[in-house]
Design a protein around this ligand. Structure first.
Ligand code: PAX
Length: 147
């Protein structure tokens, strides 16, 4: 009787692990998702100025080797951003069909011509605008900022 219970418990554990495995993004996708979060998601503010871009671009590690020329921070809850992946798919710039669009609060950070890594300098533009992101995985998560 006790042995039977152990078998049932082991079976349940195995099914749970399998289930979790099915809904977790793969290692590669998870890495890309984590990079997307680092580079593009900041729900703590609603918009930033030049100083915000200068600090955030450094803090989020986009100025270590070179100044990333252009980067957008999205100021929305991560679940709002993830829900964009559930909207109908559209063409990405590279012609892949895994892009999705949504309207969100953002700060666009554009490098000024005169900065040098690691002291990169940016001009900020805060707005509410249409963005396009690429999503992958099951469940689908954002992996690339298209435009
Ligand atoms: P990325 O480096 O271009 O893409 P970013 O946000 O860091 O994005 P690796 O392994 O590095 O090659 N990628 C895709 N995956 C799935 N599906 C599609 N369609 C797809 N397209 C690209 C991150 C990873 O996603 C992969 C890509 O190969 C990468 O994987 O933009 C340059 C950067 O500026 C940002 C976005 C880009 O950085 P550009 O000029 O090439 O379009 N950026 C751009 C931004 O933040 N805001 C903006 O408004 C724009 C226009």
């Amino acid at each position: 009787m006790a042995l039977q219970r152990i078998h049932v418990l082991l079976l349940l554990l195995l099914l749970t692990l399998l289930g979790l495995g099915l809904v977790q993004p793969s290692y590669g996708q998870d890495h890309m998702y984590q990079r997307f979060l680092r580079q593009h998601v900041d729900p703590d503010v609603t918009g930033g100025n030049d100083g915000y871009c200068n600090v955030m671009m450094q803090r989020r590690k986009m100025t270590s080797y070179r100044c990333k020329p252009f980067n957008t921070f999205i100021h929305e809850d991560i679940w709002n951003i993830r829900s964009i992946c559930s909207t109908p798919s559209i063409h990405c710039k590279n012609r892949q069909m895994n892009c999705h669009e949504g309207i969100v609060k953002v700060t666009d950070c554009k490098e000024t011509g005169s900065s040098r890594a690691p002291n990169c300098r940016y001009r900020a533009k805060a707005s509410t605008r249409r963005v396009v992101i690429a999503c992958e995985g099951n469940p689908e998560v954002p992996v690339h900022f298209d435009k």
